[in-house]
Ligand binder design. Structure first.
Ligand code: ACO
Length: 386
């Protein structure tokens, strides 16, 4: 043993202990940030009172009637309307494919997609600021990754993208192995347009918060997928189908709705944080589904359920209009094009890639770290127990 010099006493961390007292904080606080303006955007206007949705000034109904998902995504990214804009399915990098192969088969498609985007991010150079090129690459990648996951979990080999097909047709081809007919591809394309953008919803806000830290686009989209996954946001359409099956027949619709509300349940596909009027996306998708050659056999029943739900919700909440939201008819379109209900939330995520990435670009273009305050309602400063 050698003689050690005596240890000097540790200096006090705080020469004087701060008081840490919190004063009454009477700044406005809104639970769920309802009614709070937290960003400025040129991308989407959600006019909930009038049931109106605009992408860069263009009405959603017109975009569905005359546009394509590629043109809409391009509009969101660049601000210019190019009707012939094109997107095609991207290639799944080997690292992503290996990860998808390693996932348990029971993994939910949204979780697989979130994981795929995360691994994809590790295979890319995603420099700051996030760009249209990055947005395009990610939006083209994700449908291929989701299709590959679905095939792998069903013991089928993934299918390489066909560059001759547009993104939505290419996704269906990579999923099923068959090139879709025009009507089916058109219906899913319309769904993608309707799902592309919706203002500062929870997942878009999550993407903007992550971007505001100067993190990369893949990280922001991973966070957005995580937010979209919850049943209060993007998880509703599969539950719409379950609900309609539970109703069973048109004559049971009204009583079923009354009983469900009496049990305190929420009717899936109804109500919205912003819309007080009928959701214009539901209007657009109802038209799409009614024009589809292959409609789900429960569509007539769904219309009965909708009528009953609107009537009973109005009786129960005369002062808070609760109308049909996008998820109600989304379920019908997605089932009509052959997707199984477990894929509905992930299909929504594929469509929303356009809006998320456009918001990420917009956030970065005038970036300020998003860092709100919380009102502290915990204990006053106190000493640790001895
Ligand atoms: N069914 C029954 N009652 C409802 C519904 C519904 N779908 N939606 C709202 N209510 C009731 C609430 O229970 C509440 O009643 P209370 O005051 O007696 O407690 C009242 O209406 C007000 O509802 P809020 O919770 O304040 O509405 P909020 O804005 O928070 O919720 C939401 C919006 C989450 C979409 C809600 O309407 C809901 O849960 N809907 C069903 C799920 C759904 O369809 N989600 C998809 C939304 S669209 C999208 O994200 C793309």
């Amino acid at each position: 043993m050698t003689d050690q010099p005596a240890q000097p006493a540790l200096p006090a961390v705080h020469p004087t202990v701060p008081r840490c007292a919190h004063t009454v904080d009477d700044r406005p606080y809104s639970t769920g940030l309802e009614g709070v303006i937290a960003a400025e955007t040129e991308l989407g206007l959600v006019d909930g009172a009038n049931g109106c949705l605009l992408y860069r000034g263009y009405r959603i109904g017109d975009l569905v009637a005359h546009g394509t998902f590629a043109a809409v995504a391009n509009l969101l990214w660049t601000g210019t309307w190019e009707p012939n804009a094109r997107l095609t399915a991207g290639v799944v990098p080997p690292a992503v494919m290996a990860t998808l192969r390693a996932l348990p088969r029971t993994v939910k498609p949204m979780d697989a997609l979130r994981t795929a985007v995360s691994v994809w991010g590790t295979t890319q150079v995603l420099d700051w600021p996030p760009s249209e090129v990055q947005a395009r690459a990610l939006t083209e990648f994700s449908p291929s990754a989701l299709a590959a996951f679905v095939r792998l979990r069903d013991d089928r080999d993934p299918i390489d993208p066909d560059p001759k097909l547009d993104l939505v047709s290419g996704f269906l081809y990579q999923l099923t192995g068959e090139r879709p007919d025009q009507a089916t591809a058109r219906a899913l394309d319309a769904y993608f347009i309707v799902g592309a953008e919706h203002g500062l919803n929870a997942s878009t806000f999550a993407a903007r918060v992550i971007t505001s830290t100067k993190s990369d686009m893949a990280s922001a989209v991973v966070g957005a997928i995580g937010a979209l996954k919850g049943p209060l946001h993007g998880g509703a359409p599969s539950e719409v189908v379950e609900q309609i099956h539970k109703v069973g027949s048109p004559e049971r619709a009204e009583q079923w709705v009354r009983d469900a509300l009496a049990r305190g349940e929420r009717l899936m596909g109804f109500g919205h944080r912003v819309y007080r009027a009928y959701d214009p996306r539901a209007t657009a998708l109802r038209k799409v589904v009614e024009a589809m050659p292959t409609r789900p056999n429960w569509l007539e029943l769904a219309i009965e359920v909708e009528d009953a739900a609107l009537k009973v919700l109005e009786e129960k909440y005369p002062d808070r209009p609760l109308k049909t939201n996008v998820e109600f008819y989304a379920a019908a379109v997605l089932q009509g094009v052959g997707l199984t209900p477990d894929l509905f939330p992930a299909a929504f995520a594929l469509a929303r890639h356009a809006g998320w990435t456009a918001h990420i670009i917009e956030q970065a273009s005038a970036n300020r770290l998003i860092r709100p305050d919380a009102r502290y309602i915990g204990a006053e400063a106190r000493d640790l127990p001895a």
